[in-house]
Each structure stands twice: as C-alpha cells, then as structure tokens.
Design a protein around this ligand. Structure first.
Ligand SMILES: Nc1nc2c(c(=O)[nH]1)N[C@H]1C(S)=C(S)[C@@H](COP(=O)(O)O)O[C@H]1N2
Ligand SMILES: [Mo]
Length: 370
C-alpha cells in the first residue's frame, strides 16, 4: 500500500526537491524528468536551478579533467580535444530558448503516452562556447558530407537504446550552432550536459545533445531509435487517435510559434483591481512579432505589450493589464504571430507521440470584485 501511495505522489503534479534544483514538477524519477514551475517564467533568463530536465538514460557524471571529445568520420584530421582546447577557441554567446518536443503533451485529446508535460518543458538561457563550425574546420571536415552525428556520455540500458542523433550539415554550420560550455554565466550543470552540449537554436530540445563526447561527420543520417520513430511528425494530418505509417513521418526540426499564459494561474480567483495577464512567446528560428490576448473566449483580441529585445531563437515576455467591467468567470486566451507570418492556431495537430503542442493558450479565471 505504501509503495502504491509513493508511486502516486511521484507521478502527480506535486513538486519535488532534487539536489541542485529548486522544487520542480516531477514526471519521472529515474532518471529525473523535471518540469519548470510557472513562477520562473517571469524572468527572461530561466535560472539554471529551475531549468527543466529531460534525460532518457541514467545521467552520466563526466570528469572535466579527463574529458575528451573525439571528432571523426569524413574529416581529414581526426581530433581528440580536451576541455582547454575547447575553451581556447573563439567563444560566442547565444541566448536561445529550448523546448522539449513533448512540451504540452498533456493537453492532447485523445491522450497520448509519454511524459505528460504541461507548459514548463521549456526555458531560455544564454549559452556560451565555441562554434561547432570552428571545431569541424579544425578537423578538416568534408564539406559535401551532409550530416553530423553526436553521441553523449550517457549509455543505453536494457529497455532504452543509446541517445545518438544526427543533424543536417547546413544547420550544424550555422554561426549560432555552438558547443556550449557555459549556461547563464556558469559552467554547464551536470543536469544540462557538463562539460559540453550542442546548442541548436530554434530547433526542439531533442537536437541539443548533452555530455557530447563524439562527433562524426557522415554522408548518411543515423538510423537509430532516436532518429526514427522518435522525434518524427506525420507528413499528413491524421484523424485524432489513429496510428501513422512509419514511412510517412518527417524529422522534427524547428519549433512552432507559440505563446503561453503564466499569470494568472488557471482556475484561480482574481484580486480586486486591474488583472495582470502575462506570459512568454517564442517562434523557433523566427522572431515573435505580436501577441494578442482575448478575455472573452476569442470574440475580441487586443495586443499585449512585448519585452523590447527581439532576437531570433529567444523568447519574449509579454503582458496585458486588464480591468474587468463586471464580476464573473472569464476565459482568457493568448496567441502569438511570428516574423514568417505564422499564427498560433486554435487547434494543435494531433499526432501519436504528442509532439509540438502549440494551440492558443487558455486559462479560466474568476473575478469576484471589480
Ligand atoms: N545525451 C543526451 N542528450 C539529450 C537528451 C538525452 O537524453 N541524452 N535528451 C534530449 C531532450 S529530448 C531534451 S528535451 C533536452 C533537454 O535538455 P535539458 O535537460 O538541459 O533541459 O536534451 C536533449 N539532449
Ligand atoms: Mo525532449
């Protein structure tokens, strides 16, 4: 009985404390999958100790002194680099938002299996380290090789294969694609890939390989589990609840346009006076151009104020001050538009793995006094 109770508590939305982290929402405890609680989305940079954690395999503990990075495959000078070699290359700083492909999975109907992330499998950090392209140049990469494969220090276990993935050369040569050694001014925490992780700005979290220790330039993409069927999206929209043919799936790359409401909390009661509605918005490789808010279920929309900094890859904070005219229950919606003209849809595309949830966000709020 005690075991059953413990398991229930662990799978619920209760917050837990894990060494090195603020209380987080727990989705899995071995290894930890931790969701960021809403209050941390009030700052543009998400603190390292409140940043969400997603790991498929037991977390490796890498020693910085003995760490070696191997660069091989279609290269003229295979390399073995240590941490100092990486630190001596020109360092670049890129603020970028990382979102798990499964963020928002809990909202799909019919439900889909997998971690039931709500709004918080996302964070924005300032990443620093050498450009991947500089490391590839050092190794004399063959420029017509179309893919770069990455393996981290985490290793496969019985039920889960090793986390190995490869990405198109074009994105790997982008000047914002880094091998990050630092996160928000600190060495990368173990949870986030110490000592070295791949930063793929604008692309979903599954591309941001942690604990990188092997980079292989290749002519063909990796074909392991984490390339296919994982992290793929149906090429054609499906009736919700139906299976998909494996050869009708494409790799998920860029993040969708999306906004979420952080304040007020869903199903809360507003204090008297103006109600501050606020949240965040992001758009993968595009810039966020506009966020609109409706306080009447979508009949009328008004523009929210956006934080000034408008970069590709990084989210913007938004807010909207609302004075309700009468008491009652209100449905509040938010929707973002990006620099490519993409608008956050009312309906997210159902898919069997529950990826890329980006429907207009929605909360309910009770106003008792105006
Ligand atoms: N080596 C390795 N890298 C990984 C993963 C992993 O399991 N192993 N998970 C990926 C996924 S699915 C996500 S969403 C992000 C999560 O990064 P974070 O834990 O730093 O938030 O890391 C990615 N990189
Ligand atoms: Mo993820």
């Amino acid at each position: 009985m005690a075991a059953v109770l413990a398991a229930t508590a662990l799978r619920g939305d209760d917050s837990v404390t894990v060494p090195g982290k603020k209380p987080m929402l727990l989705h899995n405890d071995r290894p930890e999958d931790l969701e960021t609680p809403p209050e941390y989305f009030r700052s543009w940079l998400t603190p390292n100790d409140a940043f969400y954690v997603r790991q498929h395999l037991p977390r490796p503990k890498v020693n910085g002194e003995s760490y070696r990075l191997t660069v091989n495959g279609k290269v003229s000078k295979p390399l073995t680099l240590n941490l100092d070699d990486l630190r001596k290359l020109p360092q670049f700083e890129v603020p970028a938002t990382m979102e798990c492909a499964g963020n928002g999975r809990a909202f799909f109907r019919p439900r889909v299996p997998g971690s039931q992330w709500m709004r918080g499998a996302i964070g924005n950090a300032s990443w620093r380290g050498p450009r991947l392209s500089d490391v590839l140049k050092l190794a004399g990469f063959q420029p017509d090789a179309a893919f770069v494969e990455f393996d981290g220090a985490d290793e496969g276990v019985l039920s889960t294969p090793d986390f190995v993935r490869s990405f198109p050369m074009k994105k790997m040569l982008h000047p914002a694609t880094l091998l990050a050694l630092r996160m928000n001014g600190e060495a990368l925490p173990d949870f986030h890939g110490f000592p070295c992780r791949l930063i793929v700005p604008g692309w979903v979290g599954a591309c941001w390989l942690k604990w990188v220790r092997r980079i292989t330039v290749s002519e063909t993409p990796n074909t392991g589990f984490f390339m296919n069927p994982a992290y793929r999206f149906p090429r054609y929209d499906l009736p919700p609840g139906t299976p998909v043919k494996p050869d009708e799936l494409d790799m998920i790359q860029g993040m969708a346009v999306k906004s979420i409401i952080m304040d007020p909390v869903d199903q809360s009661t507003a204090a008297a006076g103006p109600v501050n509605i606020s949240g965040i918005a992001w758009a993968g490789e595009e810039k966020v151009e506009r966020v609109e808010v409706s306080t009447d279920g979508g009949m009328h929309w008004a523009a929210a104020g956006l934080s000034r900094e408008n970069l590709p890859f990084a989210w913007r904070l938004w807010n909207f001050s609302w004075q309700p005219k009468k008491r009652g229950y209100y449905t509040v919606l938010s929707r973002a538009t990006d620099s490519a003209g993409r608008v956050q849809p009312f309906v997210a595309v159902w898919n069997p793995s529950g990826y890329a949830w980006n429907a207009v966000d929605r909360i309910g709020i009770l106003v008792e006094h105006v």
